[in-house]
Design a protein around this ligand. Sequence first.
Ligand code: ACO
Length: 332
Amino acid sequence: MKAAITATGRYFPDREVSNAYFYEDLGLDTSEDWIVSRTGIQTRRLADVSKGETCSFMATRAAEACLRDAGLEAGDLDAIVVATVTPDQPLPSVACFTQAALGAQGFAFDLVAACSGFVYGLDVCAAMVESGRAKRVMFIGADHMSSILDFNDRNTCILFGDAAGAVLIEQVPDDHPGTIHPSILRADGKGAKHLQIPAGGGRLPIDAGVLAERMNKVKQEGRVVFRHAVSSIVKVVQQYFAEQELTVDDIDLFIPHQANRRIIEAAADKLRVPREKTVITIDRFANTTAASIPTALDLAREEGRVMKGDRLLFATFGAGFTWGAQTVTWGL
Ligand code: ACO
């Protein structure tokens, strides 16, 4: 029994926030030139919670688009899995809220692997489908990053956007053209201190001191994360190629996590992936964490860049540290 991606969908909030918002409206000591030259980001979409735009709202809209693409109803799903680090509330899961909003049944749970959430979750969902535990899984990468950003911290707040991307993972016959191939997943928990939200869990519950120090918001040592991201992505993809007996010429499209344009280009150059085969969306949407790869995939499909039989390479690096690589053969 094998698993394949059989439909995609995405949701971006309408509210577009340019770089000028940070230096003109918020008065941060940053500039258009710094943000564009150091990150490649020109604009991003941020959710409006006053209009109900939470993580599960975005996940639900992306899943609805994916169901429309598949020609299926919510009742056809066996499971809903959401990769996220920004739930609507600590309990219950975004997946449960999404299930209710869709009017679906079946089991539902969230998976936490930060920016690696899509690659980790794709592997988990594919394994459930291959084993026969579920026939049809709606897998969504969704993050409401603006809910965990400190908008006084120029080191982090300019980097992220909000979005959700969904893929339908289905059991398909062996002669189906699409396949989710094995992945390589990696983690190194010693990297936790370099990219984290220190408070809000059992170790440091929220109190007035935490709020004053904004310890319930993302803290990142950007330079350390940058260095690890490039070397880890390159190493894991090289190992993936060796294990799967692939070369870069076998890859039709490289869809990396969108953390920083310089990370993407440095990794692509080291792996010798040409620019025209590399999908970049960070300029328009910034880093949307678990949503970055599935939204980039959906946009690439819409732009006619994904063809039946193509081998797509996903690679990622994020908080944890977590990282990994995976390929799929496109069957649509
Ligand atoms: N505007 C102006 N100056 C800034 C800004 C800003 N928005 N942000 C930082 N700076 C300053 C720094 O304070 C520093 O000043 P200093 O030299 O006086 O200390 C200077 O710019 C240079 O800082 P660097 O850290 O060297 O800049 P770098 O070129 O590394 O770019 C960045 C910073 C964009 C954060 C980069 O390091 C990066 O992208 N890191 C990786 C992010 C990432 O991949 N995250 C993982 C995924 S996130 C997740 O998993 C949830």
